[in-house]
Write a protein that binds this ligand. Structure first.
Ligand SMILES: NC(=O)c1ccc[n+]([C@@H]2O[C@H](COP(=O)([O-])OP(=O)(O)OC[C@H]3O[C@@H](n4cnc5c(N)ncnc54)[C@H](O)[C@@H]3O)[C@@H](O)[C@H]2O)c1
Length: 471
C-alpha cells in the first residue's frame, strides 16, 4: 500500500458513516474524510450523539475520530485531498416522472460525479458504494471523463452488504467484500485497504456489471425469503399450522438454511423494496416482462402482509377500533436501529388511524419528531402536501411515550411492531392490570412469551398461528 492512499466518502448516512468509521479504525495511517451537504448530520457525527444508532458504533467512531477520521461539509476540498472517493449517497425510488414508483432516482449520484469531475486533478479512483442499477457506472464514467481539468479516473463498484442493527459486526467480519471494475490496478488498490482486516479469500472481484447486479440480486433474494415465509404464515393462520414450527422444520434442511425465515408483519427498511422495484424496472426496460412480474410479487406479498395485520386487529376487536387506545410497541423497521424508513409500523399506524384508533407509541430509539414526521408523510399526497384533516387526525390521535408501561396504560390492545429485546420480557401482570378487557396483544414479530401472557389473561394473536379463540 502506498502511504499516499487517502479516502473521501460522499454521503454520511447509514452506510457512509459506519463503513468509513470501520476503515478508519482498521487503517490508522489512512486519512478518511466523510462529507455531506447536510450540516446538522455532520454536526451530529462530530458530537457524542451520532445520527445513526448501531450497537458498538460509538466506540469505533470515538477511537478514530480526530485521529484519521474526519466529518466535514467541505465536499470539494476533501475530494481534492483524496485518492479514493467513495460515493455513498442515497438512491431512493423515483417519485416523479418516467419510472416513478420503480426506478432509482440517480440525481444525487450524478451530482456527485459532476462535483468530482469539476474539482479533481491527477488520478482518482471513484468507488460506487451506493446501490445502483446495472450499468450506472457507464454514466458515471462518461460524466467523469468530461472533466475539463484533465484528471483521470477509474470507476469501481463496491456495494455494501451490511445490515442495519448489526452494521459494526457485519463490517468487521463480512461474508464477503465485492469489488467490480475494469482496471486491475484500481481493484488491487481498494482490495489492499480491505485486506488490512478481511481475509483475501473473502474479497471477490468481478466485472463492473456483475458487481452492480449482485447487490440488487442479494436484496431481492433476502426479501423473497421473507415474503415466502410470510405467504405461508397466512396459510398457517387459516389451517392451524404454526409458522415458527414450519420455519424450524424447513430451516434445518441444509439446502434451505435457517436464516431469514422469521415470519412477521412485513419487511421494511430503506433497501429491500427500493432495490426490488429497481430490479423490476430494469427487467421491464430490457423487455423481460415475466421476470419483472416474478420479482414484483415479493413486494406485493409484503404489502399484503402489512394490510392483513392491521385488518386482523380491526376484525378481532369486534370490527371497530374507533376511539380505542392501541399501544404501538416499536416504530423502527427492525431492532437495534433508529431507522424508520419503510417501517411496517408506519403502514399499520396509518391503517389504524384511518379506522380512527387512538395510538400510543413507544420505541426505545426513535424520537417523537421522527414518528410524527413519518406519519405525516404517510398521509401526504405525491407532492408532499398534507391536508388539515389528516394533520388534525395525527395531532389528536397520536401520543408518543417514553416507556412501554406508559404507552400501554389504559389501552384496549397492544401491537408489537419491532422485535426490540425489551418487548420479549416485560412485566405482563403490571401491563395487564392497567388495560381494558379483553386485553388484546397482536404480536407482529412473534417475540412475546405467548404462553406466559396467555396465562396472565391476555388474548394473544401471533403471526402465522391461528388464534386460540378460533381453534
Ligand atoms: N441503509 C442500509 O442498510 C444500506 C445497506 C447497503 C447499501 N445501502 C445503499 O447505500 C446508499 C446510501 O444509503 P444510506 O442508508 O446510507 O442513505 P442515507 O440517506 O442515510 O445517507 C445518504 C447521505 O447522502 C447525502 N447526500 C446526498 N447527496 C449528496 C451530495 N451531492 N453531496 C454530499 N452528500 C450528499 C445525504 O445528505 C445523506 O446524508 C443507498 O444507495 C443504499 O441503497 C444502504
Amino acid at each position: 500500500m502506498t502511504t499516499s492512499t487517502s479516502i473521501c466518502c460522499i454521503g454520511a448516512g447509514y452506510v457512509g458513516g459506519p463503513t468509513m468509521a470501520m476503515i478508519a479504525k482498521q487503517c490508522p495511517d489512512i486519512p478518511v474524510r466523510v462529507v455531506d451537504l447536510n450540516q446538522s448530520r455532520i454536526d451530529q457525527w462530530n458530537s457524542d450523539n451520532l445520527p445513526v444508532y448501531e450497537p458498538g458504533l460509538d466506540e469505533v467512531v470515538k477511537e478514530a475520530r480526530g485521529r484519521n477520521l474526519f466529518f466535514s461539509t467541505d465536499v470539494q476540498k476533501c475530494i481534492q485531498e483524496s485518492s479514493i472517493i467513495f460515493i455513498a449517497v442515497n438512491t431512493p425510488t423515483k417519485s416523479f416522472g418516467v419510472g416513478a414508483g420503480r426506478a432509482a432516482n440517480l440525481e444525487f449520484i450524478e451530482k456527485c460525479a459532476r462535483t468530482i469531475a469539476e474539482c479533481s486533478t491527477g488520478h482518482k479512483i471513484v468507488v460506487e458504494k451506493s446501490t445502483l442499477p446495472v450499468r450506472t457506472a457507464e454514466a458515471v464514467k462518461r460524466i467523469l471523463h468530461s472533466s475539463a481539468s484533465g484528471a483521470t479516473f477509474d470507476v469501481l463498484s463496491n456495494p455494501e452488504f451490511l445490515a442495519e442493527g448489526t452494521a459494526v459486526e457485519d463490517l468487521l467480519k463480512p461474508d464477503r467484500v465485492l469489488i467490480g471494475g475494469e482496471s486491475s490496478a484500481a481493484i488491487e488498490t481498494l482490495a489492499k485497504v480491505y485486506e488490512r482486516w478481511i481475509p483475501r479469500d473473502k474479497i471477490l472481484t468481478t466485472n463492473l456489471w456483475s458487481s452492480e447486479l449482485s447487490k440488487l440480486t442479494a436484496n431481492a433474494f433476502l426479501a423473497q425469503r421473507v415474503s415466502s415465509i410470510n405467504a405461508i404464515s397466512a396459510l398457517c393462520e387459516a389451517t392451524g399450522a404454526d409458522v415458527d414450527e414450519v420455519a424450524r422444520a424447513i430451516g434445518t434442511d441444509s439446502r434451505i438454511g435457517p436464516k431469514f425465515l422469521k415470519a412477521s408483519v412485513g419487511f421494511g427498511g430503506s433497501c429491500f423494496q427500493k432495490d426490488i422495484l429497481n430490479l423490476v424496472y430494469l427487467c421491464e426496460h430490457f423487455g423481460l416482462k415475466e421476470v419483472a412480474q416474478y420479482w414484483e410479487q415479493v413486494v406485493c406479498m409484503n404489502d399484503y402482509q402489512k394490510r392483513r395485520f392491521s385488518a386482523r386487529i380491526v376484525r378481532t376487536m369486534f370490527n371497530t377500533v374507533s376511539d380505542k387506545k392501541i399501544a404501538i410497541l416499536g416504530f423502527a423497521f427492525k431492532k437495534d436501529t433508529n431507522d424508520t424508513r419503510e417501517s411496517a409500523a408506519i403502514h399499520v399506524c396509518r391503517d389504524l388511524l384511518d379506522e380512527r384508533a387512538r395510538l400510543s407509541i413507544y420505541d426505545p430509539r426513535v424520537p417523537e419528531s421522527q414518528i410524527r414526521n413519518d406519519l405525516q408523510l404517510a398521509f401526504s399526497d405525491a407532492l408532499g402536501g398534507l391536508s388539515d384533516k389528516h394533520k388534525q387526525l395525527i395531532d389528536k390521535n397520536v401520543t408518543v411515550h417514553k416507556s412501554l408501561l406508559e404507552a400501554t396504560r389504559d389501552s384496549h390492545a397492544i401491537a408489537v411492531l419491532t422485535e426490540w429485546d425489551e418487548f420479549k420480557s416485560f412485566d405482563g401482570k403490571q401491563v395487564f392490570d392497567s388495560m381494558y378487557r379483553p386485553a388484546f396483544l397482536f404480536d407482529g414479530r412473534n417475540v412475546v412469551n405467548r404462553q406466559q401472557l396467555t396465562e396472565i389473561g391476555f388474548e394473544v394473536h401471533s403471526i402465522g398461528r391461528a388464534s386460540e379463540v378460533l381453534l
